[in-house]
Design a protein around this ligand. Structure first.
Ligand SMILES: Cc1ncc(COP(=O)(O)O)c(C=O)c1O
Length: 438
């Protein structure tokens, strides 16, 4: 059965007539009958055009940390916009947001704001290149750092048959239109392998401007860093004078108030933040040491944009961070997320279904027909994603909405309840039985 009921399907047909594939981001398209459409949202729920209600675990691919339509955030935005929204001049919410980020994220000394995760990783890489005077960037297989040509290589949807050896992978282009010359500027390596990284840096470390890493593979089912991996990168970056960038677009203000820096206790030179920073309002940030950040400026590294630091987004982020600073957000997410992770494990074990659960309560993935721990993108190809999708589609048909593509984790928000957990686990169990043909 397709997810789209009749009215939702008619709406999607209307969208497809004027928008390629009916979506404004390729990631959102599944097929003509199973691409999610949303007519309304409230707290932890979304509603389609047929009036169906879903417990939302997609949460806009991660930003919605406080639930949809959060009254505290929307209230701050509503009161702010009556005083103007875009000035090409510094305004108070920008400064408040920067101050809060510095208070919350250990080691961040200065901040520049952008509108999207792609913009902030693009600027962060330019900053690293400007600071070091080098061009080469290292990224890891399966990580996604945004839509720009710099790093749109070997992301999670890459073709495993065209990526070469693990020792020295071939960068795989993720879009038509990326100039071939960009290949010379990127080296892709397997996540979590200190030996391969160490060997590569021994050969080329002095040419590398930046290592950019998702500290948890948030675009690869939530694969965790092995103990010591982030620490090894920190030590190698110090040794070779490389800028270490944690791309915290997914982990920032989600896995802890201070993101990966707080959770893992490893300090990169720069972190990039977006998603949960705005609870859905478009805002992103580059946070780093004063020494590096002060290379941004007139006649130095260019960073800017007409809408960067606009009142709508910064007022929203000010409220999001203020609420997080009360300490009320993460205990609830931890509790509810842990219950779901434990419940999925218990159900799969009871039915004898091999499975691996990756990630942390705020952001976790599950994969089936594998029982070895996963360390990198290549491990993901051992799992049975058709089985995953059969269950996910069953769940969506029954009012619980994880992402149908299992590479994208489940996301939790502080509005999810224990009652939602019970419903989710029941629907998951029914979906598992359905997938097993029971
Ligand atoms: C880790 C990471 N970096 C960067 C981006 C790009 O962010 P945006 O979609 O806001 O441009 C994403 C988006 O999913 C992401 O997950």
């Amino acid at each position: 059965m397709p997810y789209q009921g009749q009215k939702s399907h008619e709406f999607f047909e209307r969208a497809k007539a004027v928008i390629p594939y009916g979506v404004n981001s390729n990631f959102r398209y599944h097929d003509d009958y199973n691409t999610p459409v949303v007519a309304d949202a409230q707290d932890q729920y979304v509603f389609d055009f047929d009036g169906r209600k879903y417990i939302d675990y997609r949460l806009g691919f991660g930003p919605i940390i406080l639930g949809h339509t959060d009254p505290f955030v929307n209230g701050r935005v509503k009161s702010a916009i009556d005083h103007g929204i875009s000035f090409a001049a510094t305004q108070e919410y920008e400064v408040k947001v920067a101050e809060r980020i510095i208070q919350m994220c250990p080691g961040v000394e200065m901040v520049r704001l952008t509108n999207t995760g792609s913009e902030c990783t693009m600027h962060a890489l330019r900053l690293a290149r400007g600071y070091t005077g080098r061009d080469l960037v290292v990224k890891f297989e399966g990580s996604y750092h945004g839509a720009h040509d710099y790093t749109l290589w070997s992301t999670a949807g890459g073709n495993p048959e065209k990526v070469g050896s693990r020792q020295r992978p071939t960068a795989y282009k993720m879009s038509w239109g990326i100039p071939e010359v960009m290949r010379d500027l990127i080296q892709v390596l397997p996540f979590n392998d200190v030996e391969i990284l160490g060997d590569f840096l021994q050969e080329k470390g002095e040419q590398v401007a930046a290592i950019i890493v998702e500290p948890i593979l948030g675009n690869g089912n939530g694969i965790m860093p092995r103990p010591g991996f982030l620490e090894f990168m920190r030590q190698q970056c110090d040794h070779y004078g490389i800028v270490l960038i944690f791309d915290e677009v997914k982990t920032g203000f989600r896995i802890a108030a201070g993101g990966a820096r707080e959770l893992f206790g490893v300090m990169p030179d720069i972190s990039t933040y977006a998603k949960a920073l705005g609870n859905g309002y478009p805002i992103a940030a580059i946070g780093g040491t004063r020494e590096i950040m002060m290379n941004i400026g007139p006649g130095k590294v260019f960073q800017g944009g007409t809408y960067t630091g606009n009142v709508v987004s910064t007022a929203a982020a000010d409220a999001v961070l203020e609420f997080m600073q009360t300490g009320q957000v993460f205990p609830q997410i931890e509790k509810v997320g842990s219950m779901i992770m434990a419940g999925l494990h218990e159900i799969c074990t009871r039915y004898g279904v091999p499975h691996v659960i990756n990630g942390v309560p705020a952001m976790f993935g599950i994969s089936f027909m594998v029982d070895e721990p996963m360390y990198e993108w290549r491990d993901l190809h051992k799992a049975d994603w058709d089985f995953y999708e059969t269950i996910a589609r069953y769940m969506i048909e029954h009012g619980v909405m994880p992402e149908a593509d299992g590479l994208e984790p489940y996301f939790l928000c502080s509005d999810h309840t224990e009652e939602n957990v019970a419903t989710t686990l029941q629907v998951f169990e029914d979906g598992l039985k359905h997938a097993l043909g029971k």
